[in-house]
Design a protein. Structure first.
Length: 336
């Protein structure tokens, strides 16, 4: 029944987005944002006679048929994810702006639950929130697993992505404070217990803005993912954790020494797990999950760093066995 509800809602909203895209002559993402605004306002916005009365009536029928009120938070999130996936079929979206798959989000959440004690008022930040899929996947799973009230924050400097994240979290009824700004600028939010981010890969063009960063390049532009790791550690409370989706070869680049020096001076490298190869189109694009813990009272280097390769999700027994190894590591090596 749950799948049928999701399919019905998705089909109705997909048609509504297509109607608005054609009627308003806008991109798919803009039409999706307009759809979300209409749903939240519970009325169809009309400007300069568009959409026409006929299309407006059809949109109202589609919104009523969607029956969002009958969906759980997780079901709403799945609908939004399916609608966003349609954007990737229609529009060329650069790799750094693409949605983090749920499979990766759930692994990040799994590690988060292993390293953090369940507590009231956990403060969680995504420094590169994008459309919000990684953050909402984590929050939805934590909620299902009985975590008490969580204070969540997201930062992004892209107008369209942060608008999509705002619209999606409101529709999904997930509370997130979103900040539209450069994540490497001064952050106007409190320190947090954990930072999660699927880090963009590439060079940061504003050299003058990062002169105080320890991980900046000695010459030329700096790697943005290095800078964001430093910014994340700065934003963590003492003994807080950073869980990052990073390139598999993070520590193999010419600038890796500067990043390692920074980590050794400010945090404990607690783990590095390569994600399944079949999640990525090429070996060059393969990613890993980096686990850091900021220095501070109660933080100690794990007896053994968590290293390894996640098996393919297709190999269920091997995958479950690997999760068992992570559980054993948490019990025997990590000191919470």
């Amino acid at each position: 029944m749950g799948i049928e509800k999701i399919e019905q809602t998705f089909t109705s909203l997909k048609e509504a987005v297509a109607l608005l895209q054609k009627e308003l002559q806008v991109s798919y993402l803009d039409a999706l944002i307009e759809t979300g605004d209409n749903l939240l306002a519970k009325e169809v916005h009309v400007e300069d006679g568009l959409p026409t009365a006929e299309i407006k009536t059809r949109l109202e029928e589609l919104y009523a048929n969607a029956q969002l009120a009958g969906l759980t938070t997780e079901q709403r999130r799945q609908v939004m994810q399916l609608l966003l996936l349609q954007a990737y079929k229609q529009e060329k979206i650069q790799a750094n702006h693409q949605m983090t798959p749920d499979t990766i989000g759930f692994l990040v959440e799994y590690l988060l639950e292993k390293v953090l004690p369940k507590k009231q008022g956990l403060a969680l930040l995504d420094l590169t929130v994008g459309t919000g899929n990684l953050l909402t996947a984590i929050l939805s799973k934590l909620n299902q697993n009985g975590w008490p009230k969580i204070q969540a924050y997201g930062v992004d400097n892209d107008d369209t992505l942060i608008t999509l994240a705002s619209m999606a979290t409101q529709i999904e009824q997930i509370s997130v404070d979103l900040f539209h700004q450069d994540a490497l600028d001064g952050l106007l939010l409190p320190k947090v217990d954990v930072v999660v981010s699927d880090l963009p890969v590439g060079y940061y063009p504003l050299d003058e803005r990062v002169t105080q960063f320890k991980t900046r390049a000695k010459k030329g532009h700096s790697y943005v993912h290095h800078l964001l790791i430093e910014q994340a550690v700065n934003q963590l409370k003492p003994a807080g954790f950073g869980i990052f989706v990073v390139p598999k070869g993070l520590f193999e680049s010419p600038e890796a020494k500067g990043l390692l020096d920074y980590i050794q001076a400010n945090a404990y490298l607690q783990g590095m797990l390569n994600l399944p190869q079949d999640l990525f189109a090429s070996k060059r694009g393969q990613k890993a999950i980096l686990l850091l813990q900021k220095h501070g009272s109660g933080a100690k280097q794990a007896k053994q760093i968590l290293l390894g390769d996640f098996p393919s999700f297709k190999h269920k027994e091997q995958f479950q066995a690997f999760l068992g190894q992570i559980n054993q590591w948490e019990r025997n090596s990590l000191m919470k």
